[in-house]
Design a protein around this ligand. Structure first.
Ligand code: GLN
Length: 200
């Protein structure tokens, strides 16, 4: 399976590492490729949109013609996993906790509302054990870095995990939005969960 990792800004290399680690653990054939222009999307079975700065990723992707191309593919069913900034890009509605309206370019393919920088200054970056029943009973170490939260879900979107009463992981038809960074933990369970959806 060919997995495109959007590699314009942010933590794309870490996702590449995690996919290779997962391939080693499972024996699955996973070919991670970095996506920097529309033609890099040719033949991919899924995409990963990393954390970083969602406005920057969106603006650069739009300038390269990648945003439109990707939006069309996602709208017609291509699976995607977005972590942190990537989750914001997948959302249909995005606000910032402090500045409110962001008017940033979005992929807008998931029925979720994301509030950027939700956890604020006191808890700007932190780690916490999350309970994610979909991947089993063992807690998952959530690494939150200026993280967003998923403040509203509608349609067919399911909440996978919550923290302080707000959703931090959501799933809708092979699309996964995660407010934290599973690529920084070495724990491949969420990448595996995603790949299981891609393989279907
Ligand atoms: N606060 C960033 C944004 O909303 C996301 C931070 C991150 O990806 N670690 O774009």
């Amino acid at each position: 399976m060919k997995i495109g990792i959007i590699a314009l800004q942010g933590g794309f290399y870490e996702h590449h590492y995690m996919l290779r680690k997962l391939a080693g653990e499972t024996g699955w054939s996973i070919e991670p490729v970095f996506v920097r222009k529309p033609s890099d999307l040719r033949g991919v079975d899924a995409v990963i949109i990393p954390g970083g700065e969602s406005t920057t990723i969106g603006v650069v992707a739009r300038r390269l013609g990648l945003l439109e191309e990707l939006r069309d593919l996602l709208a017609s069913g291509l699976p995607a996993m977005g972590t942190c900034a990537g989750a914001a890009l997948l959302a249909k509605s995005v606000r910032d906790r402090v500045v409110g309206e962001t008017k940033q370019p979005l992929l807008a393919v998931m029925d979720i509302e994301v509030v950027r920088n939700y956890f604020g200054r006191q808890r700007e970056s932190f780690e916490v054990d999350l309970r994610i029943p979909a991947i089993g009973g063992k807690p998952f170490r959530g690494v939150f870095i200026r993280a967003p939260a998923i403040t509203r879900l509608w349609g067919r979107t399911q909440k996978l995990a919550e923290l302080d009463g707000v959703a931090v992981a959501a799933e809708e038809d092979g699309k996964l939005a995660l407010a934290f960074h599973p690529e920084l933990t070495g724990d491949t369970r969420l990448h595996r969960y995603f790949m299981e959806r891609v393989k279907r």
